[in-house]
Write a protein that binds this ligand. Structure first.
Ligand SMILES: C[S@@+](CC[C@H](N)C(=O)[O-])C[C@H]1O[C@@H](n2cnc3c(N)ncnc32)[C@H](O)[C@@H]1O
Length: 279
């Protein structure tokens, strides 16, 4: 057995015992951990910054998290406002912004109301999936629409709803990825998944253990994320009065087709608020 196999065996076997009595924590309650684990993924940033550069006026990053994209937009010279419902996330993101290049706002995006009309708005990092019910998703889409200037662009990406992946129930934690924590220690992230096909909601339980000995590196977290299919997203966007300009399966701009859908890593939408909003 290789070292990696031994490590994986230990990690796979230990969460249930190690964490049995621990309550689940909020996935977004520890921004420093979240930023180390996910904040380094910048594969989508050039795509969104390039889209923003084709627009005029201030830009809006909704559900900004640790400010990954908001800071990149501001660095590209755009007047940027960033919103998140989590006070901890907003505080952490603002602390990274020593030069105060971004206006940081703690707010529920379903009731978005910030100063200004924006030329570009974005929901990056699968954030639309946080809005689990149709009512919540409609609320956030309509709220973003209201904040945009006529002709403005709205872009977002979500995980592609592959039928085989949704149907794959995982009862015993499987290894997903790893990250390096603030002390330089490697942390293995593993988890379970279960899909509710009626609500279209996937729940995950996530465990983080030090690679060196399998001891917990953080409290376990639980999340529930909504999956959506292309046809229903088209309807939801249309109901919020957005026009769909393009739908891609990645951040390289590969169009969504029956062929590309088979191996799609994401559903990426570029939408527009019509120039004339009279109906
Ligand atoms: C998966 S993270 C994405 C963060 C960021 N957009 C990125 O790309 O790195 C989802 C974020 O959505 C935020 N969020 C969840 N519900 C929200 C709501 N109702 N209003 C605003 N933000 C919300 C969470 O606090 C979290 O920071």
């Amino acid at each position: 057995m290789t070292t990696t196999e031994a490590l994986e065996r230990d990690v796979l076997e230990t969460p249930a015992d190690t964490y049995a009595a621990e309550p689940f924590a909020d996935e977004y309650g520890d921004p420093a951990r979240y930023d180390l684990e996910y904040g380094t993924d910048g594969a989508d940033l050039p795509f969104y910054v390039a889209l923003a550069e084709q627009t005029e006026g201030p830009v809006l990053d909704v559900a900004t998290g640790t400010g990954r994209l908001a800071l990149a937009l501001a660095a590209a010279g755009r007047e940027t406002t960033a919103v998140d419902v989590s006070a901890a996330m907003v505080e952490f993101a603002a602390a990274k912004d020593a030069d105060e290049t971004v206006t940081w706002v703690e707010q529920d995006a379903r009731e978005l109301k910030v100063r200004g009309k924006f030329g570009f708005a974005v929901l990056a990092g699968n954030a639309l999936q946080q809005f689990v019910t149709n009512d919540d998703r409609t609320a956030v889409l309509k709220a973003i629409y209201r904040q945009l200037a006529p002709g403005a662009t709205f872009a977002f990406a979500i995980r592609f709803p592959h039928a085989t992946e949704l149907a794959r129930t995982v009862e015993t934690a499987e290894i997903w990825h790893s990250y390096t924590d603030a002390t330089g220690s490697q942390v293995i992230v593993s988890g379970t998944q279960r899909y509710d096909a009626v609500a279209q909601v996937m729940t995950h339980e996530t465990y983080r253990q030090f690679a060196v000995d399998g001891t917990p590196a953080a409290a376990p977290t639980a999340t529930a994320v909504r999956y959506s299919f292309p046809q229903e997203l088209d309807a939801a966007l249309s109901a919020a009065r957005f026009e769909i300009e393009a739908t891609y399966v990645d951040f390289a701009g590969t169009p969504l087709t029956a062929e590309t859908a088979a191996t799609a890593s994401a559903l990426v939408y570029v939408c527009r608020k019509p120039e004339s909003t009279k109906r």
